[in-house]
Design a binder for this molecule. Structure first.
Ligand code: IMP
Length: 194
C-alpha cells in the first residue's frame, strides 16, 4: 500500500519500485499532517494505512527548503496556496529582491510500516537552486523552478529517468531498497516479480 493521494508522487514510486517487482496500491488515508518533522508525518501516513489495510504500507513526507527563507516552506510546502501554480508563485514572490542564487534542497522521508514489525525510516535529499522563471512541464509540484546544479536543467525539464538520478525521493527509495527491509517483509528477492 502507498499512503498518498498525490498523483505525482504515486507515479514516481510506481516507477522507482516497479523494476524490483513490487506493485503499489494507492491508499489515500487523508491523514492530517500534524507532525513537526517529515519523519513524524511519514510515519503517521504509513502506520495509518498499515493499520487500516493490514498490509505493509509506505508513507512519505517531503518538501522544499529555501536557505534565504530560513528553510521555508519545508513541512508546509503543500500548503502555501490552494493550487500548485499559486504555491510556486507564492514561493517566488517571497524570494523577490533576495540576492541569488536561491539555494534550496528537497527532502523526502519514507516510512515503511508493516504488521508486527517496527516502522523504519529512510531519507533522501537533493540540493539545488530555485530559479525565478518556470522551466519545463514535466514532473509535479515545484519541479519547474528547481534547478539541479551541473545539469543546466530544472526537474521540470527532465525525463522521469533523469529526475531519478538526482531526486530526494529516488534517494530515499534507494535507501529503502538497499536496506533489505522489503525482502524481509515479502520473503523473496525484490527483483523477482510478485
Ligand atoms: P507532502 O509530502 O504530501 O506534504 O507534499 C510535499 C509538497 O512538497 C508537494 O505537494 C510539492 O509541492 C512539494 N514536493 C515534494 N516533492 C517534490 C518533487 O519531487 N517535486 C516538486 N515538488 C515536490
Amino acid at each position: 500500500m502507498i499512503a498518498s493521494g498525490n498523483a505525482g508522487k504515486l507515479r514516481e514510486y510506481r516507477e522507482l519500485l516497479a523494476d524490483r517487482g513490487f506493485e503499489l496500491v494507492a491508499f489515500d488515508s487523508e491523514v492530517d499532517e500534524v507532525g513537526e518533522t517529515y519523519a513524524e508525518n511519514a510515519r503517521l501516513k504509513a502506520e495509518t494505512a498499515c493499520t487500516r489495510s493490514g498490509l505493509p504500507a509506505l508513507g512519505d513526507d517531503s518538501g522544499v527548503e529555501v536557505e534565504a527563507l530560513g528553510g521555508f516552506p519545508g513541512l508546509r510546502s503543500a500548503r502555501l496556496g490552494p493550487t500548485q501554480e499559486e504555491r510556486t508563485a507564492e514561493l517566488l514572490r517571497r524570494l523577490e529582491g533576495k540576492p541569488r542564487p536561491w539555494n534550496a534542497r528537497f527532502v523526502c522521508v519514507i516510512a515503511v510500516a508493516a504488521p508486527g514489525d517496527p516502522t523504519q525510516l529512510f531519507e533522501g535529499e537533493c540540493r539545488g537552486e530555485i530559479v525565478p522563471e518556470w522551466r519545463g512541464q514535466a514532473g509535479f509540484g515545484y519541479d519547474p523552478v528547481f534547478l539541479v546544479p551541473g545539469t543546466g536543467k530544472t526537474f521540470g525539464e527532465m525525463t522521469p529517468e533523469e529526475k531519478r538520478l538526482y531526486s530526494h525521493r529516488a534517494r530515499a527509495a534507494r535507501a529503502l531498497l538497499d536496506s533489505g527491509m522489503l525482502e524481509h517483509l515479502f520473503g523473496r528477492s525484490p527483483n523477482q516479480p510478485a
